[in-house]
Design a protein around this ligand. Sequence first.
Ligand code: HEM
Length: 138
Amino acid sequence: MLSKVGEPGSNQATFFEVLGGVEKVRELVERFYDIMDSDPKAAGIRALHPADLTSSREKLFMFLTGWSGGPQLYIERYGHPMLRRRHLPFTIGEAERDQWMYCMVRAMHDNGIEQPVMLKLTEALWDVADFMRNRPPT
Ligand code: HEM
């Protein structure tokens, strides 16, 4: 079973290890943005992002690598993520959260991530995505 993500001193595997390292995190993020960029169901959140997704891809890759228990690439480059604050310029409600999770779940599925891992990762990322909400439910 997976421990809490990146918990120092834990002898249980982190998401980073279970996923299979940087290449797998990279592939997941690439697939995630390919889906966001092409699936009409994600059009709402696609419109919030820049036309060129290169930097979005790089930043999410760096962030998720550290968040999942791998090297802290994002923090080394940009400092503390302050993720919620960085999302405040964008209106994020339940619909946006759900579109983000939709892209992520599809990406995990397309990349063949095993179901038990997928379930745990979905649960953990849902908490982060829900925390990004800055518009109350209507
Ligand atoms: C809940 C729905 C979400 C929406 C609509 C959303 C949207 C956005 C937008 C529009 C940006 C700015 C453009 C960019 O730099 O790509 C951004 C940045 C970012 N997002 Fe999200 N996001 C969501 C959830 C998340 C989650 C759950 C994570 C992490 C697990 C995340 C990680 C990031 C990171 C690392 C950045 C770059 C921050 C920076 O350094 O500027 N986002 N997001």
